[in-house]
Design a protein around this ligand. Structure first.
Ligand code: ADP
Ligand code: TYD
Length: 210
């Protein structure tokens, strides 16, 4: 009989805009691949129809209410989990590690700071088709530092990208982590250091769940 394949690990990166998620995901993907693991890199909003609606709203092309945004993110996340071709569930059960740029913590922090936080939390955490990650790595940076980094690399700025909004979001991330307590493995990483230092910390954290 064929040996049962081991499930992949589900690793989420979070942080306010510009915290260094893309940079660190790239490095971790490379490291795990070099170590012989199969890795699927993904992000929210997704590339689906719902992801397109979200990107239009985030860039200001279309206007959505805070509740519409929260509901669209949930719809996008359910599709992200259940898509039979390359959804999170499918990848994990095929033994592939999934590294995801943003997940429900972002909804709890961003949408939770714009509309009823409890409603946003219930939709995400009580949904049977939204899987809990094995670890959430939160790259922590002040809004001022993140805006400075964004300013260097971006031509366009999205709706949440200003210091006041990001301060509220960062506070909410902390509130969310406190509320989740021991029910989840959440690792806060100081992102105001060199790219290599941060990467080394992340590799150590991830070793613990492999
Ligand atoms: P995010 O995906 O969280 O928005 P990025 O990885 O795109 O963040 O990083 C935002 C900007 O900051 C990019 O220009 C990137 O090169 C730069 N950057 C990333 N990490 C660091 C770091 N540790 N120190 C300085 N600049 C960084
Ligand atoms: P992203 O492309 O990851 O932006 P960045 O690289 O600047 O971090 O995410 C786009 C925006 O979507 C970002 O401002 C955060 C927002 N967002 C939410 O508000 N709620 C969510 O649930 C998710 C996944 C993202």
């Amino acid at each position: 009989m064929q040996e049962q394949q081991k499930r992949g690990r589900f690793i989420v990166f979070e942080g306010i805009d510009g915290a260094g998620k893309t940079t660190q995901i790239e490095l971790l993907t490379k490291k795990l691949t070099e170590d012989g693991r199969r890795v699927y890199r993904t992000a929210e909003p997704t590339e689906s129809v719902s992801g397109g609606l979200l990107r239009d709203a985030l860039s200001g092309v279309s206007k959505r209410t805070p509740c519409e945004m929260a509901a669209l993110f949930v719809l996008d996340r359910i599709f992200h989990n259940t898509n039979p071709v390359n959804g999170i569930e499918k990848m994990l059960s095929d033994g592939v590690d999934v590294i995801c740029d943003r997940y429900y913590y972002s909804s709890l922090a961003y949408q939770g700071s714009e509309t009823d936080a409890k409603w946003v939390q219930d939709m995400n955490l009580s949904c049977p088709e939204i899987r809990r990650p094995d670890v959430c790595i939160f790259l922590d940076l002040t809004p001022e530092q993140s805006m400075e980094r964004i300013g260097k690399g971006r031509v366009t700025v999205e709706i949440y990208e200003n210091v006041d909004r990001l301060s509220r979001v960062r506070d909410r991330f902390y509130g969310v982590f406190e509320a989740l307590g021991d029910t989840e493995r959440i690792c806060v990483v100081n992102a105001a250091r060199s790219i290599d230092e941060i990467h080394r910390d992340i590799v150590n954290l991830v070793q613990d769940i492999l």
